[in-house]
Design a protein around this ligand. Sequence first.
Ligand SMILES: [Zn+2]
Length: 214
Amino acid sequence: MLAGHYAPALAIKALFPRTPLWILFAGVQAIDIAWGVFVLTGIESAHIEPGFTASNGLVLEQVVFSHSLLASLAWSVGLGLLVQLLLQRPAVSVATGLAVASHWFLDLPMHMADLPYSNNFSPKFGFGLWQYRELSFLLEAGLLVLGGWLWSRGGGVNVSRARRGVLAGVLGVLCVAGYYGPQPTDIAVTALLGLFIYFGLPALARWVERPQGT
Ligand SMILES: [Zn+2]
């Protein structure tokens, strides 16, 4: 799942309107940021096998440190505490922890059973919805529409129509491209492209929330 991960960020922003959206956008992909870095440095391993599922060719071999359930929970608590240490704002810390935790629970329905409980020999989870491309796409798009709707009535109520439109456009393109666009066949390119998106989206969120006229 790519674009759909931003849906919980938008929903959490509606619940915690004083949390900067860019922190939530970084939080919901923190686990994939770790994955990108770990794959590029050889700490974790994955490869692309075109046609592995109808949606993409991503085969995760060892993702214990980024995508195991226990690691995901540790990232959530750890990053929540880090934000508390840096900003001293409990609500922002809780919102960040929730955003980080949301990642695993959205990967769970989509992935094949490649998300381990703890180490690589522990039970692995994943309901395999990626085997059905149209269904996966509709679910992800639906989540984004729901998240965007909550955000537009909650945390995003003061954002101009134009900026909302830009954000919706970027997320929409990302959602369609994730399923119907060209996909890299090299895992390093996949990881790098992912990191580019995972850092680009928080930058976009910062711009969306910047006071008008700046
Ligand atoms: Zn992931």
